[in-house]
Design a protein around this ligand. Sequence first.
Ligand SMILES: Cc1cc2nc3c(=O)[nH]c(=O)nc-3n(C[C@H](O)[C@H](O)[C@H](O)COP(=O)(O)O)c2cc1C
Length: 371
Amino acid sequence: MSATLFSPLQLGSLELANRIVISPMCQYSAIDGSASAWHRTHIGNLSLSGAALLLLEATAVEPEGRITPACLGLYSDDNEHALARVLDEVRQFSDMPIGMQLNHAGRKASSEPPWRGGTLIAAADGGWRTLAPSPIAQRDDEAAPAELDHVGLRRIREAFAASARRAARIGLSAIELHFAHGYLLHQFLSPLSNQRTDEYGGLLENRMRFPLEVFDAVRAAWPAGKPLGVRVSATDWVAGGWDVEETIELARRLKQLGCDWIDVSTGGLSPLQKIPLGPHYQIPFAKAVREATGMTTMGVGLVTQPADADKVIRSGEADLVALARAVLWDPRWPWHAAAELGASVTAPPQYWRSEPRGVSKVFSGASFGQR
Ligand SMILES: Cc1cc2nc3c(=O)[nH]c(=O)nc-3n(C[C@H](O)[C@H](O)[C@H](O)COP(=O)(O)O)c2cc1C
């Protein structure tokens, strides 16, 4: 029988109950990188959704790697303790596996949150000098980042590994490395942002070098068997930029290094991008990577309807679907999908009686006494 949206999947040593993943979503609500009361509310809410895996937001491996001053980090003992406290509380009520996306924002750091325009914050206004493979600004009207030297590269590689060790200590179930959306590791991959003349720039082999070194360092720091994946942007949507053929080669190399899944997104590197937005617009890229490499693949982007998500899995376009906006809009999306597709999800017993008329047996293990 072919896989369905509600069939289990093994990711390394982690068994996922179904194919629905909550995509990483920045909350811009941390204090000096530490999780806040908002995170308890937000993670607690999504942990009751019945999805198979919740991936926490892009989390910075050093302070300069935060997209905004309010981004989550996992670079200090305070960060680690704050997140551990939140997770301990969430886990009292949910056994949903929770993973984390690790990131360095590179030249897209030191920015305002989207609801304040997302523009670069100058050092005089509480921002900081950003770092990148080459001193090329994202936009013409922005200050150029500082070019990373070999000392800086080693520091960042070690920061990724150190954050992975912290993630293991607080019991996170999976790590996804952010190679997408124009952040530092994507900046190394794309010839538009990487114009180095050393061994980290130029040919594809050289542009992949630093991201692959980071992957290797994290794989060594993260317990064997625990799943480690990568989110890529399969294309810059700009002529002469990073493209799907290069993505496939990167995926092949990651597979050899022990990568458990590829999460296929697109774009985010250049303001010149032209994205043909529409339902499932990125799924063909996931399919191309899956077919070429045989890797476990996560599809993402405007997947909103349960029957369509099911079709993505059944037709073998992807092994997992990641949802972002649809699950913020409807945090019980997996419950409703299970009801529509005749499947079941795990939900807290306090909510078992919520099944409307005509819907039954959506909650696995639910039983009701009559008094
Ligand atoms: C509020 C919000 C925050 C996001 N933050 C991140 C992030 O931290 N890391 C990331 O890779 N993508 C991030 N994204 C992109 C989503 O993970 C997802 O790839 C994108 O929204 C497309 O999926 P959707 O159509 O299901 O929303 C964010 C999206 C939203 C809406």
